[in-house]
Design a protein around this ligand. Sequence first.
Ligand code: KIV
Length: 258
Amino acid sequence: MKIDALKTFKQRSEKITCLTAYDASFASVFDKCGVDIVLVGDSLGNVIKGNENTLGVSMNDMLYHTQAVAKGTNQALLISDMSYQSYTSAKQTLENAKCLMSAGAQMVKFEGGSEHESSFKILQDNNIPVCGHLGLQPQSVVEMGGYKVQGKDESDAQRILEDAKALEGWGVKTIVLECIPAKLGKKISQSLNIPTIGIGAGVDCDGQVLVSYDMLGITQNPPKFVKNFLTSGSITSATDDFIQAVKNQTFPTDKHSY
Ligand code: KIV
């Protein structure tokens, strides 16, 4: 998928589908099913490396998995995460983003808002497409006091909205919104021209992403926003069902929202 198509989805009110992948085989299944975006998430720290959080993921991990996923991805847009502490200055951000692009990513994603202004700007100046990530930021799980819903009080919600607008101004192409009230997910989505992709952010985001291991019911004790789509049938039919459910807005329901 071309990056410009993201805005077209939003203009047409067609929901964007996104699943994480960490290897060529899964990427190929998701790609052939027609998922719009494949994300090489640093959630690989949890689901591949077996860690409690994403802090132990390195840029080398991200490059290795991005190279593998790129081999299995043809149609979908390939976005890769920048790992913990890999975007602490503009210079470091640019160097690491270039490496991800060389490994096969078409867009890079990193967590946070206006505190990373110089990083967003240097990638914009160098024509490297960026996906933002606001709301719950797993790389800041310690500072955020655990995996908690963000933006519940008015000032926090306003800060997330302002960050989303700032990111759009710095040329960010799309923003993942994680674990925020559905009402806030809707407000942010309506306030931007670029699409939002929600995970635990309600049905009114412009798209939905799930960690594929959650979507396939592999994860023990998944968060509330997860739905297991592999209740019967195959990985392919589960993927088809996820895509259909997002496109026709039957997922997420209130049961999967805050
Ligand atoms: O790392 C990841 O898989 C992500 C998704 C949860 C959006 O960032």
